[in-house]
Design a protein around this ligand. Structure first.
Ligand SMILES: NC(=O)c1ccc[n+]([C@@H]2O[C@H](COP(=O)([O-])OP(=O)(O)OC[C@H]3O[C@@H](n4cnc5c(N)ncnc54)[C@H](OP(=O)(O)O)[C@@H]3O)[C@@H](O)[C@H]2O)c1
Length: 241
């Protein structure tokens, strides 16, 4: 198989696990990163050691429109084809009323909403030609309120809406779905206390936090589910019920 998938924000955490899962299925992987160059390089080295020329890394700040175009162009020139795109990269932080500026708006909208849409446009032709798929990673909180996160949630809600609109627009050539994770990992640079974790777990019917593999398994499913498009798959242990 020489199918290639581009996964944004794939150097660490959920993105890395998805990259490893697709690699194990025989896919070639384009690992996009912004700051995590060492993690991206060591992940690519690990894959290339097992299968030569199976992984590439590309740096891009998705807040920057020129970088987004450069990411698409470089990905295509490195691999010659893209069959799958996972829009996973995300900026996440609270923006309580009275605290935010245009800069916060641009950053939260950039990686979570604008870049996924433009990346899709830039890669549409190759995805169409290869009968490919797109998976957008949203958030279970889109369907609920999340105090102090109005900009982040507006961006993820937009990403969910785009998923459904594009599924119709790009069918039957490209399938477009979303995964809405629940409580999977602590936000980067945040450590919850045991009490905080316990309080979250109490709200989850499956009685545990999710993990990276739960999301990666869902991504593999959506990549193979040939009659599924325009769906949002909640991977949240039942928390949203
Ligand atoms: N973790 C959870 O419990 C949870 C819950 C709900 C939804 N989600 C969603 O699931 C996905 C994966 O979650 P995660 O926790 O693994 O994500 P994460 O660690 O917060 O972010 C993934 C990557 O996004 C990249 N990124 C952030 N801003 C960027 C920018 N401006 N340009 C380019 N790259 C940028 C970073 O790359 P570098 O490190 O290379 O800079 C980062 O490693 C995200 O879409 C997230 O919103 C996660």
């Amino acid at each position: 198989m020489n199918q290639t998938i581009l996964i944004t924000g794939a150097a660490k955490r959920v993105g890395k696990e998805m990259a490893l899962s697709f690699f194990k299925k025989g896919w070639n992987i384009i690992i996009h990163y912004n700051n995590s160059i060492e993690d991206a390089q060591s992940l690519a080295d690990e894959m290339n050691a097992q299968r030569k020329n199976s992984a590439f890394i590309i740096q891009a700040n998705l807040d920057n429109a020129e970088d987004v175009l450069k990411l698409a162009e470089t990905a295509l020139s490195l691999s010659g084809r893209i069959d799958g795109l996972i829009n996973n990269a995300s900026t996440f932080y609270p923006t309580p009323m009275g605290s935010f500026s245009e800069e916060h708006w641009e950053a939260l909208m950039g990686s979570n909403l604008k870049a996924p849409l433009f990346l899709t446009q830039f890669l549409c032709e190759t995805l169409r030609k290869n009968k490919g798929f797109i998976i957008n990673i949203t958030d279970i909180n889109v369907n609920k309120a999340l105090t102090n996160h109005s900009i982040y949630l507006a961006a993820k809600s937009g990403l969910q809406t785009i998923t459904q609109s594009l599924a119709k627009e790009l069918a039957p050539d490209i399938r477009v779905n979303a995964i809405a994770p629940g409580a999977i990992l602590e936000p980067p640079n945040v450590t919850w206390t045991k009490e905080q974790k316990d309080n979250i777990i109490k709200l989850i019917p499956m009685s545990r936090m999710g993990n990276e593999k739960d999301i990666a398994d869902a991504a593999i499913y959506l990549s193979e589910a040939e009659y599924v498009t325009g769906q949002v798959l909640n991977v949240d242990g039942g928390k949203s019920l």
